[in-house]
Design a protein around this ligand. Structure first.
Ligand SMILES: Nc1ncnc2c1ncn2[C@@H]1O[C@H](COP(=O)(O)OP(=O)(O)O)[C@@H](O)[C@H]1O
Ligand SMILES: [Mg+2]
Length: 370
């Protein structure tokens, strides 16, 4: 299992981490959920990961449990051009580091508008960084802003989450064209690691969408789809990745399988050899600009055991039973941690008891003529 040992020796001076951006111009398609869970599953399997929260909304920072801490992060990374140790915060999960989004990130787009070479700032910072990290995952905002452009220019690969609905498909096609433009101008080494279908229901409409999109994009659509799973809603409430909150849930299992696919693709990219990886058949023979740290092998069983352990440490000693796609819709709260707030079972029971007591007292008062 990985450690965040600050005394760990730095990697050889000519090696840098492989960088992947999670991008789609549409909001609510599962970018943050994918970033955080992919990172956690990879780390559980022995890969050292840094998540860069590049969305001013800070959802990845929240989901990894670091919201509200005024620590330097991705804004400072951009503006200083250096990935120093002070910008990488440890999380509750060994092997997952976070470069968080702070308040200042919201103004970064405006500041970048008047910088020269603004689109290359992140690339310079990350390509020069020699940190004990194998894979950097960048969680993007839902627009092709200067922040997203910086992420795509800095990256070796892009993963595009998409939900199975016609509107999301149109946006995906637009995002695809933008990425092709970036590849032909600013970053010819950007490989499309794949499109990942998210929030998929087991119904004919989603099945037909999946068929259409696979027909259009072929094996660029990753073989693992993430099912719609209400365990994810519970995990957000607890500021935990679903793979730790409910490691047995359908979504967690899917993210674990996705991590194996992505590890495979990242390690193909990080080969210090002359030809491009087999899956990126459209890179026009572009070569990696410098040698990347080889991504370590990924063991599904080791990762699953680590996730169960982290889950028990987070207070989820009895994770919910596996949730089937149909069951996620039919029984949204089955087996989940008890809800807090006005809809918690305790409050509902208390409210019902109060009503019964009120009725009894009213009847008693009438009976004795008050
Ligand atoms: N597989 C899923 N099943 C159910 N809800 C999901 C799933 N993936 C994401 N969500 C929920 O959908 C919302 C949007 O997801 P998010 O990852 O924040 O998208 P984005 O980063 O693209 O805006 C969040 O409330 C998240 O908890
Ligand atoms: Mg997001």
């Amino acid at each position: 299992m990985p450690t965040d040992d600050p005394a760990a020796p730095p990697p050889p001076s000519n090696r840098r981490a492989v960088i992947a951006t999670i991008f789609n111009q549409k909001g609510g398609v599962g970018k943050t959920t994918t970033s955080v869970n992919l990172a956690t599953c990879l780390a559980a399997g022995g890969v050292r990961v840094l998540v860069i929260d590049f969305d001013p909304q800070g959802s990845a920072t929240a989901n990894l449990g670091l919201i509200g801490r005024p620590v330097p992060g991705s804004y400072e990374l951009l503006m200083t051009g250096t990935l120093s140790a002070t910008l990488m915060q440890t999380t509750a999960f060994p092997g997952v580091m976070l470069c968080p989004a702070g308040d200042a990130l919201a103004g970064a787009d405006l500041e970048l508008a008047i910088c020269t070479d603004a689109q290359n700032l992140l690339r310079q910072a990350l390509h020069n960084a020699r940190v004990p990290i194998d894979v950097i995952i960048i969680d993007c905002p839902p627009t092709l802003s200067m922040l997203a452009l910086n992420a795509l220019v800095a990256s070796d690969a892009v993963v595009m989450p998409v939900t199975p609905d016609p509107m999301a498909r149109d946006v995906l096609h637009r995002a695809w064209r933008h990425i092709q433009r970036i590849r032909s101008t600013l970053n010819p080494n950007l490989a499309i690691a794949g499109v990942v279908l998210t929030m998929v229901h087991d119904n004919p409409v989603h099945r037909e969408f999946e068929q259409t999109i696979r027909g259009e994009l072929g094996n660029r659509v990753l073989p693992v789809a993430i099912p719609f799973d209400t365990a994810i809603l519970g995990s957000s409430r607890h500021d935990l990745p679903v793979c730790v909150f409910a490691p047995q849930s359908a979504a967690a299992q899917a993210y674990l399988a996705l991590a194996a696919v992505i590890q495979d693709r990242m390690s193909a990219l990080s080969r210090p050899v002359a030809q491009p990886a087999a899956f990126c058949d459209d890179t026009d023979g572009a070569e990696p600009a410098c040698v990347m740290t080889p991504v370590p092998g990924f063991s599904h069983d080791t990762a699953a055991a680590a996730l169960r352990f982290w889950s028990s440490k987070a207070g989820h000693t009895e994770p919910p039973a596996p949730v089937t796609k149909a069951a996620t819709v039919a029984a949204p709260t089955a087996g989940r941690a008890p809800a807090s707030g006005w809809h918690s079972p305790d409050r509902i029971t208390g409210f019902a008891a109060g009503c019964v007591l009120g009725i009894v007292l009213t009847l008693l008062a009438r009976a004795i003529g008050l």
